[in-house]
Design a protein around this ligand. Structure first.
Ligand SMILES: [Zn+2]
Ligand SMILES: [Zn+2]
Length: 290
């Protein structure tokens, strides 16, 4: 697998001289296998990816959507392959109790918000909704989707191709309060603390022995707010060590975070590592061959 980072910023895209090295686009990662192309999330980074895919003649992608918060879908209308009739795209995400996946995307392109409706795009778009824990095959890879602790319905992915494993565990608070209240199923009724345990176990299952784990390190300890569903670098250094990951990649950077601040955070994490865990700070353009 070849992993390419096209957008690494959380919440909101930014552009200023002090974010040039890490980049300002919101989440989008390309996963190339021998058999096809997987895209994770459709943040603003997907715009550049779209141009690259067209230049390379890629005519089908499977888009794995972690969740529909703006920073993860706002690049979709500007994904140029959608305007080509020889392109097909299959969008995969967790089933939402109140919204269909297609309605989420079509509402983003209502006339009030965007000049081209979803149904008028030329590419063939298919939406596939998955249950928590479901496994499926795309681009020759085995994928598992699991729900994570984040407001609304959000998931992460474990992608196995050959003997290599890539885990995407962004937008989750590993150690905070349970954030699923409005979407908890009515039965069985269990306490939040038990849901938290289940959701942390889901993250563990996704990340176990991963060669590469991409994680949510949005907050520093003095910024942390448990209502937003994001973690801190220390949370994931500890978690990745427990999971036996080879490399942990800090991701979903706070919009205010400058390049110099990111360097400081990455260095501080490396200093705390016990064992062989490798720590990287995701930057736009970073390519990792697994
Ligand atoms: Zn996000
Ligand atoms: Zn989110």
């Amino acid at each position: 697998m070849k992993i390419t980072f096209w957008g690494v910023r959380g919440s909101f895209p930014v552009s200023s001289p002090d974010v040039i090295r890490y980049g300002g686009n919101t989440p989008c990662i390309e996963v190339q296998t021998d058999d096809g192309t997987i895209v994770i999330d459709a943040g603003t980074g997907i715009r550049g990816l779209g141009k690259s895919l067209l230049a390379r003649g890629v005519s089908h992608v499977d888009l794995l959507l972690s969740h529909a918060h703006w920073d993860h879908i706002q690049g979709f209308p500007h994904f140029e392959p959608l305007f080509h009739d020889d392109v097909s795209i299959t969008v995969h995400s967790l089933r939402h109790p109140r919204h269909t996946l297609s309605s989420i995307f079509s509402e983003q392109q209502q006339e009030s918000f965007y000049p081209v409706r979803l149904e008028d795009l030329k590419a063939r778009i298919t939406f596939v909704e998955h249950d928590d824990g479901e496994a499926f095959e795309v681009a020759g890879a085995h994928v598992v989707i699991r729900r994570l602790n984040h407001p609304g319905v959000a998931g992460g992915f474990r992608i196995e191709f050959g003997v290599r494993t890539f885990s995407y565990i962004s937008d989750t608070d590993l150690n905070g309060e349970c954030l699923l209240a409005s979407d908890l199923p009515a039965t069985p009724k269990i306490e939040d603390i038990d849901w938290l345990r289940r959701l942390r176990q889901s993250a563990c299952d996704l990340g176990q022995s991963a060669d590469l784990m991409v994680c949510d390190t949005f907050f520093l300890p003095d910024e942390y707010d448990s209502t937003w569903g994001h973690s801190r670098p220390d949370d994931f250094v500890e978690f990745a060590t427990e999971a036996g990951a080879g490399t942990v990649c800090l991701f979903h950077h706070r919009p205010d975070r400058s390049d110099d601040e990111m360097d400081t955070i990455v260095d501080a994490c490396r200093a705390k590592v016990k064992g062989d865990l490798r720590v990287l700070g995701a930057n736009e353009g970073l390519e990792i061959d697994l």
